[in-house]
Design a protein around this ligand. Structure first.
Ligand code: SAM
Length: 298
């Protein structure tokens, strides 16, 4: 993508995905390329289970009865279905914190990936959902899924920088980041959410953050940053950047104990990517936390 483009005029990709200039910095260009090239089985095979494609992790207790015995010829399939159930449970929890959303409302999914959370939001509330991602491949994928589900008039993804979205001021009843805040400066991000949210609207994020009680990012956190080319923020930075941008926390939930079973199960699967040990160690030594923060736009 051409990072020198400054016009906000809409163009379209080969598959008709509305596209506006995305990356504004060389780093964002790297992230766009990363997600354009991403096709890990741990994401795609889980999405194939029911057509909801996520790029985030899971929460909740593992249903060992659903996994069956290791010698079961279907055991791999059952494990994939169980990991997918846990990642959809994560998105369900996030959506449950968005407040009362009606059919006429518009929601913003900032860093929407392949669109699994957007589809779930539309099915739950009947509302419109606008998603933005730096990756043209992801936006095409999400829009193709919306067309297959015949909800393309209600759910759409655009290639765009979430720090400067095409949404109008006050247009969104609620907005969220599902594991996508570690790619941006939090003050810039929350300024944009604050702009697009109506007063009284709700913002929700689920994210990994380093724990200020530990002191500084641990070696495991640094390993995760290098693996994903991202910059994990501390819990303190989230709360400070929200406070500076008219976002007042309504709930802060530590999901660390709820996400460990997902990682421990994933580490036993054939879908391992090599980063599982870093996540498990970081959560266990207290240097890293998986949190949900819901905030009111005041
Ligand atoms: C880990 S994936 C999460 C995807 C999705 N939220 C989900 O839960 O499946 C991170 C996403 O953040 C997006 N992203 C990162 N930086 C961005 C930016 N500056 N503007 C828009 N999207 C961005 C990536 O393109 C990718 O879609």
């Amino acid at each position: 993508m051409d990072s020198s483009v400054t016009s906000t005029e809409l163009t379209a990709t080969a598959t008709g995905t509305p596209r506006i200039p995305g990356p504004a910095t060389p780093y964002q260009g790297d992230i766009a390329r990363y997600w354009d090239g991403e096709a890990r089985p741990v994401n795609l095979r889980l999405g194939d289970v029911d057509g909801l494609y996520h790029h985030h992790y899971g929460i909740g207790a593992v249903d060992h009865a659903a996994l069956g015995a290791p010698e079961d010829s279907e055991s791999e399939k059952k494990l994939i279905a169980e990991l997918h159930r846990l990642e959809s449970a994560q998105a369900d929890l996030l959506l449950g914190h968005l407040g009362d959303i009606g059919r006429d409302d518009t929601l913003l999914d900032a860093g929407c990936g392949r669109g699994g959370s957007m589809v779930m939001a539309h099915h739950r509330f009947g509302c419109k959902v606008e998603g933005v991602t730096l990756s043209a491949k992801q936006a095409d994928f999400a829009n193709n899924r919306a067309r297959e589900l015949r909800i393309e008039d209600r759910v759409r993804a655009r290639v765009c920088n979430m720090l400067a979205t095409p949404l109008e001021t006050g247009q969104a009843a609620a907005s969220w980041n599902n594991e996508s805040t570690m790619y941006v400066d939090l003050h810039d991000l929350f300024a944009e959410h604050s702009r697009v949210l109506k007063v009284g609207g709700r913002y929700v994020t689920i994210t990994g953050c380093w724990n200020p009680r530990y002191g500084q990012p641990s070696k495991w956190v640094s390993q995760i940053n290098a693996h994903f080319e991202c910059n994990i923020h501390s819990r303190r930075e989230y709360l400070r950047a929200m406070a500076d941008n008219r976002l007042v926390p309504q709930a802060v939930v530590d999901l660390t104990p709820d996400t460990l079973p997902y990682w421990e199960l994933r580490a036993t699967s054939s879908l391992v990517t090599g980063i599982e040990e870093a996540f498990i160690n970081a959560y266990r030594d207290g240097s890293f936390q998986y949190v949900l923060i819901a905030a009111d736009r005041v």
